[in-house]
Design a protein around this ligand. Structure first.
Ligand code: ATP
Ligand code: MG
Ligand code: MG
Ligand code: MG
Length: 482
């Protein structure tokens, strides 16, 4: 079953059950807490929070999604792409668990032809209600309870959240250990997550955040990974090999002179090239341009990783022009924005590739010299000053230095690097302040300091999050979820 048919059946299934079909929103999040849309529910967040009245009680969509938290998994696991499409059905204070679970089960079994024997479900630790509903559909031994990390969902930032129930397909013994999703998530492939949106969470790292209140209504938010469903229904090994992805993978092979499937290490890089270039194309189509902060930095990093991997595999010529052509053909029928602006989109990627090629050429020479010097002294850590020089003088991003150092078997004195970055920032700030303040007499502020004591300035962290500007450090966490 091709991806287009899986999508069609999903939307039909829910349209027949009273859901309004809503088109995908742009990847560029309207929501100020996120850089990029990381789940199907993001455009509907105000309805869950009760900030806006929902125009419909039920909706269904196939939303474009980018997850930077999954970037490190790309190419390595069978199931993580940095861009994917999330099929969802939503209830805004309308139906709840008792309908949502059978709705999903019916589509899987009647719509897609799954055998109930191949399905597993998980519920949150204390969710007896969801378990009872599942017990009508699956035997008790194929229902597992999991903790917050897997079965309590939020956008990764403050906002609506709630316990969830995930559905897994057992790919069989060839893919890993027995024992259900708890034992092995590459064998038991998570295809769908049903979230029971009932609460609002506050700030907190990881899974450590306060629950602020109960939401005004009990809602449903589900996400079925279109690419994962296609992986199962097309009987391929991973999300990069499905109908809409395979041509890009093959193009990456042609451009680098490699045959996909011949060498496991090269295959990882081919999957990274195919994945990252496609995500880049989707981002550019939504108006993102490469830059050193925020979304532009996500895009830049994806393009640069793809270019570098292509070179490492042996590409001698630029690759983006051809890759983007293939991506346009594979994705164009669903996403006309890729086709309408094809030349502009490709132009952005090609320009970035060209400028990065220059950076890479100079930087790599400097990097190799530094590595030789470290090794000559018998050490295994590249100094923070070297990393800083690479960054400051040669435009070599720190994540690239980290990645290349790891490949060379070295670590990097990251703390040292960050100290130098901070010192540079302070110097620049002082310079700016000196220029702006001129001869102003600062003694006027002394009494304030004396009466109220020093204060901690937190504007950098707080404002940068709010304005969507993201530093190198928290880059990976911004689009994060569990
Ligand atoms: P996993 O545990 O495998 O990382 P998740 O629990 O983080 O997935 P959810 O946040 O529940 O995923 O997202 C809903 C659905 O979206 C998942 O059930 C899956 O089908 C799909 N999905 C999630 N992450 C990815 C990804 N990186 N690439 C492709 N599909 C994904
Ligand atoms: Mg999961
Ligand atoms: Mg999940
Ligand atoms: Mg995940």
């Amino acid at each position: 079953m091709d991806t287009a048919e899986i999508r069609r059946r999903f939307l039909n299934h829910f349209a027949q059950r009273g859901h309004t079909v809503v088109p995908s929103a742009s990847l560029v999040a309207q929501d100020p807490t996120l850089l990029l849309v990381n789940a199907g529910m993001v455009p509907f967040k105000p309805y869950f929070l009760g900030d806006l009245a929902p125009p419909w009680p039920r909706a269904t969509s196939v939303q474009k999604v980018v997850r930077t938290v999954d970037i490190e998994n790309v190419g390595r696991t069978a199931r993580h792409a940095s861009f994917f499409q999330m099929c969802g059905n939503f209830s805004f204070g309308d139906y709840f668990k008792a309908e949502a679970i059978p709705f999903a089960f019916e589509l899987l079994v009647d719509g897609y032809g799954f055998k109930p024997d191949d399905l597993w479900a998980t519920v949150y630790l204390d969710d007896d209600e969801a378990e009872r509903i599942w017990l009508d559909l699956l035997p008790a031994e194929r229902i597992q309870r999991r903790d917050k990390e897997d079965n309590y969902w939020s956008m990764g930032v403050p906002g609506p959240c709630g316990p969830c129930s995930e559905i897994y397909f057992d790919r069989g013994a060839a893919y890993g250990r027995e024992g259900g999703p708890i034992a092995d998530e590459d064998r038991y492939l998570e295809v769908w997550n049903l979230v029971f949106m009932q609460f609002e969470r506050g700030e907190g790292a990881g899974y450590d955040y306060p629950i602020l209140r109960e939401l005004p209504a009990r809602n449903i938010d589900t996400g079925m990974g279109l690419e994962r469903m296609a992986t199962v229904l097309q009987g391929v090994d991973n999300v990069y090999e499905i109908d809409i992805s395979r041509p890009v993978l093959d193009a990456a092979g042609r451009l680098t002179g490699r045959r996909y499937g011949a060498d496991p290490a090269a295959d990882v890089r081919l999957r990274v090239i195919a994945d990252h270039s496609r995500t880049a194309a989707m981002l550019i189509a939504d108006g993102v341009v490469p830059s050193n902060e925020g979304r532009g930095y996500v895009l830049r990093r994806l393009l640069r990783r793809a270019v570098r991997d292509a070179r490492l595999l042996g590409a001698r010529e630029p690759v983006m022009g051809e890759l983007f052509g293939v991506i346009g053909e594979a994705m164009g029928p669903i996403y006309p924005e890729l086709v309408d602006n094809a030349d502009t989109i490709t132009g952005v990627a090609v320009a970035e590739e060209t400028s990065f090629a220059d950076t890479l050429r100079t930087g790599t020479t400097i990097f190799d010299t530094a590595v030789r010097q470290v090794r000559a002294t018998g050490a295994s850590t590249l100094g923070g000053d070297e990393a800083f020089k690479l960054h400051d003088t040669y435009g070599f991003p720190i994540d690239l230095t980290l990645e290349m150092a790891a490949e060379a078997g070295l670590t990097v004195d990251e703390a040292g690097f960050r100290r130098l970055m901070e010192r540079q920032r302070q110097t620049a700030k002082a310079d700016r302040a000196a220029r702006r303040i001129g001869n102003l007499d600062l003694s006027a502020f002394r009494p304030i300091l004396a009466s109220s004591g020093p204060t901690q300035f937190t504007g950098y962290e707080e404002l940068s999050r709010e304005s969507g500007v993201v530093g190198l450090v928290d880059f990976a966490g911004i689009a994060g979820i569990g």
